[in-house]
Design a protein around this ligand. Sequence first.
Ligand code: PLP
Length: 386
Amino acid sequence: MDTNMNRDTPIATYSEKNDGNERESIYVTRPFLPPIEEYMQEIAPLWDSHMLTNCGVLHQKFESQLKKYLHTAHLALMTNGHLALELILQALLLSGEVITTPFTFASTTHAIVRSGLKPVFCDIRERDFTMDPTCIEACITEKTTAILPVHVYGNVCDIEAIQAIADKHKLKVIYDAAHTFGETLNGRSVAGYGDASILSFHATKVFHSIEGGAVVCHSQEVEQALLRLRNFGICSEEHVEVAGTNAKMDEFRAAMGLCSLRHVEEEIKKRKEIFECYLEHLKGVAEITLPGDKTEDDFRPNYAYFPIIMKDETSCESLYDLLRQNGIRARRYFYPLTSRFECYRNTFSAGQTPVADRISRRVLTLPIYAGLTVLQVERICSFINR
Ligand SMILES: *Cc1c(COP(=O)(O)O)cnc(C)c1O
């Protein structure tokens, strides 16, 4: 998700400072930056090579380090997470309908629509806001070719149940794993499930390359199709096999990715402290539902988001306003549901996903990032406690 989408603030205000007597604003996230020397060292060779993009040395290095980190043999870097989604839908040659969730960032639904497919919205579970497997089969028609669930907030979907349904009906499974970087399940990367998963390395995510993304898949064939699609379908100077696009990551982003990767464990550790600090300060508040404490043996979370569910829409709006008046920018992620976007007016009915609709109206995500201090968390919590 993307802080650029704020309704009433210009792009990139997450680093803006109040210049007067007010305290500095606290945004929902603040992008990680490595020590500047580290980045300079990474990009310096580009002044000799002049190889700025088209899968150069840094791109190759970043791709291979990511494969190792994510325990995967097949991965295609992309210029952003959204194109990763569009291209995997195309690489798998899908047609017809794709079952998905409306409780997500715009990208998930738009990627389906922009690929000439029809999204069919499945409801989510109250417990973790991921796709409810018990609602999937009712969404299947003879036109269904795939399921596209989202590990929303880094909460892992019911992978086994979803796979069982997909196998039974011969459907592909593509996970939007944009929120999961660094998460492991049974020692395996969360991005390693289904036919493919996409990751986003946008500046506002736990791990980033300024803009960037990747597809993790499990076959040489799909990987090759992705590499073609991301470079205009060009196979060699005289052979252009498909009408591809340009989704290549440049060397400067790859350099940032390499730097971020060195610091990601540290980043997750600091987020864990913030996450636990929130839990500690908010556990007594009867009016709100907190995220689970995520301490399961076989799961390593990344603490990407801290969503709270208010008791109703009115209290959600008033807390949002109260925090905002005090310079704290919580976000209503994910409100509205993508199925309620203006561009889809008269196309979808949000009434089909009552749980998603209810949660969406009551959810607030609180600021969480490595540089947030305990004092700031306490200040945020003091407003919520009122
Ligand atoms: C961020 C995000 C994306 C898209 O990623 P970009 O890298 O910004 O293009 C897709 N899905 C979800 C759920 C996201 O949060």
